[in-house]
Design a protein around this ligand. Sequence first.
Ligand SMILES: Nc1ncnc2c1ncn2[C@@H]1O[C@H](COP(=O)(O)OP(=O)(O)OP(=O)(O)O)[C@@H](O)[C@H]1O
Length: 653
Amino acid sequence: MGTKRSQNPSKEVMEKKTKKKDALNGESNKGTIFASCSFSSLGLHPTLCDELRERMGYEVPTLVQAQAIPVILAGRHVNRRLVNAATGTGKTIAYLAPIIHHLQNYDNRIQRSDGTYELIDLLATALVLVPTRELCLQVYEILQKLLHRFHWIVPGYVMGGEKRSKEKARLRKGMSIIVATPGRLLDHLKNTSSFLYTNLCWIIFDEADRILELGFGKEIKEILDHIGTTNQENAVPRQNLLLSATLNEKVNHLAKISLEDPVMIGLDGKRTEPISKIESLGSSDSDEDNEYNEEKNHSKILDSQIGDYNVPTQLIQRYVKVPCGARLAVLLSILKYLSEREASQKIVVFFSTCDAVDFHFSLLSEFQFSSYPQSETDVRQMFMGCKMFRLHGNMDQEDRRKTFQTFKTEKSALLFSTDVAARGLDFPKVRCIIQYDSPGEATEYVHRVGRTARLGERGESLLFLQPVEIDYLQDLAKHGVSLTEYPLLKVLDSFPLRGQKNDIKKFVAIDLHPWVVCLQKALEAFIMSKPKIDKLAKGGFCSWVRAYTAHRGELKRIFMIKKLHLGHVAKSFALKQQPSLEIMVAQFCLLKSLMITNGESGCVLRVQIFPPVHLTCNHTSWKILSLSQVLQCMNYEAPVLKDHMHSIFYRSK
Ligand SMILES: Nc1ncnc2c1ncn2[C@@H]1O[C@H](COP(=O)(O)OP(=O)(O)OP(=O)(O)O)[C@@H](O)[C@H]1O
């Protein structure tokens, strides 16, 4: 009997080739990722080195670990130290290993077995602050593995979405290393009296720029007010560690006002110190040296403000220029192309809003398609054959946890996500990152693409831009990030339409490409037949437009709401036309205290802004003159609102 042959030999050959290429790439990247020393030569405890090798499978330290570990081990006398580290280069171990090394000395096993807990047992010693729940779980899981043999060091986590009472109980029992999201930590600092934190020797800000710059600024200040700047137990200064692949001048400023002598790990800038130099800086305690280093470091920090971000060198970065109305069809085509190109293909697609994630996830989970419509052979099949997941901040905690854990272990899958997955998450073997909605700040671009090409592995990224947004490439170029154009027409032409391959010469405009036209029609028809997904599409449209208006600072020049054709935006949600004003306002009211109600004399629009301006317009019906003006108003621009309100709406009858 012959052996069973593979159904798709070409796929098998391709996979073999890819694996070979992977192995070669891995070899050639090793030198730029790993250091030529051992963990023990860095001064780590032998048992910890065994754990790193046996449980984690780490033979040698990465470069960032070799640079950072001796500096952190040297303790609190060190001043600011800078280590250049791209995404996926092992920064987590760089801070966890030295902390565990120090804590393994506090072996209180005797008291514990006697049942007599020493106070020191109950005091938290290290605090790791992270911006998201998923990162919190990830760091906690690594800690659990690493602490296997150090059972007297108790790890724990507190984060939003978890039961407070359970967390309180765990805090009461005592945790040596706590991983936390800022909001929930602050909650416990205020309300959990059994939480003892006077012995904190380390505070680590993982993804420091994210934590210090955005949203959490107020919480961090309050947290630091509670816990003070020194270890209150022994009145010794604490070691504050800041980590990120994109530390910059802004975060340095924030760190300076809120932290004493932070150690920075992951500062960008092409001109890094050679390892030997950093190590020797780490062992020096003299004031003179510190002054010299301060000055050097300061100029380096300033360099990094305008300097390059450090993306993995093996990452292939591309952009695709797509007219707004063809975005959805092009996204689906590329996803199909990628997932059929390789049997195991893990892809993450980033969107700007939770609603957009929900819409695209539901659409692709159900969308069936035939490229022979209205013919006898019209057998519809699922458009995408792979497993799909979604992740965003509006999901309930259990769903988030499940997605996070399952996507990690899948060999081939598609994850639709907001920026909740952009920072720090380590999903193995992600091959491609698609930024369908542009990320805004260049730092966010760097972190999103950093979910692939980790630790020297291969990876590619694709950024969607509309023709009017193409200047964004220049913004990225300012940070040393350069992208090449994706061969979109070649991909679109590869799809057979009614049994024939498309002719590349005939069709130049993407939105008129026969495959795109056919797919778009099918999508619109599908949406019309599915009221639930139609509703998601409308919600997605509204929140997408809202997010588009929220680009900050310089980026407002590139992502201009005025330049958007909202009919085309609607097409990108497979809607034949843009949602009615009522739906839009109703959507916005959820976000921005805008209310539309049906008053006695018809539709009443109330707009509440700060300082409060209440406009009540009693007319039977309203028609829109300029949606972009309405959107400007919704962006809380009070003077614009007053000036334009009367001209924005008029009575239709
Ligand atoms: N010494 C090592 N040897 C082999 N693998 C390692 C080593 N150190 C870390 N890793 C692995 O490298 C991957 C990336 O590590 P980690 O998540 O800490 O990177 P990072 O620099 O913090 O990334 P990001 O900037 O995205 O947060 C993880 O899968 C981790 O298990």
